[in-house]
Design a protein around this ligand. Structure first.
Ligand SMILES: Cc1cc2nc3c(=O)[nH]c(=O)nc-3n(C[C@H](O)[C@H](O)[C@H](O)COP(=O)(O)OP(=O)(O)OC[C@H]3O[C@@H](n4cnc5c(N)ncnc54)[C@H](O)[C@@H]3O)c2cc1C
Length: 410
């Protein structure tokens, strides 16, 4: 099998691997990226539904609360070294402009995820960085050559010898994009501890879901309270999306990692200020006896589909007039609107969760360099690390910032 020599070998051409390569000072060094897919950044193409929510508009000093506890201290140096402004400025050099949406997500104005990915690939070409596609790394060994330790990486086509190695193979969510957890096995074989990977950021699937026929509806100010064995474990408000099999939307996605099968959800569809709603609703019924119940419900910004579904669930005729409603029906409707109970079937698995929580244990990596504290010249960048952020651009920012820091130190 041919032997190929590299100064720096990077495994994985996602945003972390590509950005590491681009930022390494070239100094006539041979930099090679191995990528198992036939193209780079397959997952990057999916980000923000193809629009690429690249970072967040929050002040960088406020970013830390949006990562898992263990990562908050670890990621400080990487984020301050290359923050959300620096990331946008990097792409501004390639004529990309950005805007912040209502949820503070930073999104390219005049580009999409594909354009962002292509800029990264073009930068690699411009720096003569070789990307070897369709060539997954299978095994890594450390060998001694001329009294110097080298990484020896085996693929089906070649054997690579490298002075420095970067693992940027991502996590194991969305395995169809190439992120199948290979990096964890390589790191473990080299002596690194792995925090058990778990799916995070997904929709929540509901047992015997009764709202699938209104899938696509959104609830602007719903309130969800989660219980486990009758103990409240979480609460959220915000825009919730009804899917075919359960609930989604940013607040749901962010909380999904804390939710387990069998948890109970009490949902208020209508208003997070429930008491205020109940009083308003009763008052409106009292003063509008001859109107249809539907017309009263519409005053609370509920869609026609949702109103009809709520009435059906409360076993009330859709064309009923206010004076025709019995006391029991009124109570039933109020309960359906503000105390609707659901049971969690599951939160998503790796096939549907956007990111992986867990990964390479951070206490064995130098946060100032991203270099292994166990094996010199071994670096990590991106989602392979035990860093997971909320939805909103925090994960791509972590990938770019850790990559930049690793590159500066290689
Ligand atoms: C649907 C979806 C939407 C998302 N939207 C957003 C968003 O809008 N904003 C945000 O911040 N984050 C988002 N994310 C998360 C974000 O995409 C990831 O955090 C980011 O891609 C991680 O970058 P990475 O380079 O570390 O890993 P990855 O992007 O997973 O790249 C790893 C690369 O390594 C390659 N690889 C793996 N094993 C091997 C091997 N043995 N040999 C060679 N190559 C290998 C893979 O093929 C892959 O190309 C989203 C994720 C998904 C799934």
């Amino acid at each position: 099998m041919p032997n190929i020599f590299a100064d720096v070998l990077i495994i994985g051409a996602g945003p972390a691997g590509l950005f590491t390569a681009i930022n390494i000072e070239a100094k006539n060094r041979q930099i090679i990226i191995l990528e198992k897919n036939q193209c780079a950044g397959k997952k990057l193409l999916l980000t923000g539904n193809g629009k690429c929510n690249i970072t967040n508009s929050a002040a960088i000093s406020d970013f830390f609360d949006y990562y898992n506890h263990k990562a908050r201290k670890f990621i400080r140096k990487a984020l301050f070294n290359f923050d959300n402004i620096a990331l946008q400025n990097f792409f501004r050099n390639y004529d990309i402009e950005f805007y912040a949406d209502a949820d503070n997500r930073i999104i390219p104005k005049n580009a999409n995820a594909e354009k962002i990915r292509n800029i990264l690939i073009d930068c690699c070409k411009a720096k003569n960085i070789k990307i070897h596609y369709d060539e997954p790394a299978n095994k890594i060994e450390i060998i001694t050559q001329n009294a110097k330790k080298k990484f020896c990486v085996y693929t089906d086509k070649n054997i690579y010898f490298a002075d420095k190695l970067v693992l940027s193979t991502g996590g194991c969510s969305y395995p169809q994009t190439g992120s199948t957890g290979d990096g964890y096995k390589f790191a473990e074989a080299l002596g690194h501890a792995i925090i058990t990977p778990k799916p995070a950021l997904s929709q929540i699937f509901i047992k015997d879901f009764q709202l699938s026929d209104i899938a696509g509806s959104s609830l602007k100010t719903a309130r969800l309270i989660f219980f486990r064995a009758s103990k409240k474990i979480a609460e959220l408000t915000g825009e919730i999306l009804i899917t075919h099999k359960g609930l989604s939307g940013i607040p749901v996605i962010n909380i999904s990692r804390e939710i387990s099968s069998g948890d109970t959800i009490i949902i208020s569809f209508i208003d997070n200020q429930q008491l205020k709603f109940t009083n308003n609703f009763k008052q409106l019924l009292h003063t509008n006896q001859k109107k249809s119940l539907k017309s009263i419900l519409k005053k609370f910004e509920l869609s026609e589909r949702l109103i009809e579904k709520m009435l059906a669930l409360a076993s009330i005729k859709t064309d009923i007039l206010v004076y025709q409603i019995s006391k029991e029906e009124k109570e039933r409707l109020l309960k359906t609107l503000t105390h609707f109970e659901m049971t969690v079937l599951s939160s998503g698995d790796f096939n549907t969760a956007m990111i992986t929580a867990g990964g390479i244990a951070l206490n064995e990596i130098n946060p100032a360099t991203m270099e292994s504290l166990i094996i010199p010249n071994l670096y990590f960048a991106g989602e392979i690390l035990d860093i997971d952020g909320f939805s909103g651009g925090f994960n791509l920012q972590a990938a770019f910032s850790t990559a930049k820091l690793a590159a500066s130190n290689i």
